[in-house]
Design a protein around this ligand. Sequence first.
Ligand SMILES: [Zn+2]
Length: 161
Amino acid sequence: MAVTDADLVHLRRCVALAREALDDGDEPFGSVLVDAAGTVLMEDRNRVKDGDQTRHPELEIARWAAAHLPPEERGGCTVYTSGEHCPMCAAAHGWAGLGRIVYVASSGQLVAWRRAWGLPPGPVAPLPVKSVVPGAVVDGPAEALVDAICVLHREHADRSR
Ligand SMILES: [Zn+2]
């Protein structure tokens, strides 16, 4: 399945949430949970600035879904996100039984940008979602928004040195 115009509406919201996170001193990542009918159920953004590096929006979404949605509804939900799930969040997504993932930029793209900007690699291997959750349905990158999210990561990189 390709990234559709309907997907882009939710992905644009992810980029806006990433902007909000960056403006608040966090890392530029945002995510949205949408049910099978297209209704936005929950959204969140990165919140690591106070020292808990696990405060990723995709992990919050997986835990929210586990707490609020019956298992049979989770598989019909789509998680939109500005950056491909890290292995921690991918595992939580898999354990929660959530459905399709659509991202703006891949982990590979993020890693390449960070390297080009002279930043050290993160402590967790940047495995693609499908290496962590082999059965996951994953779409991306969303070419139309890659530049917009790259700009935010560049701003964050410039701020962190
Ligand atoms: Zn994560």
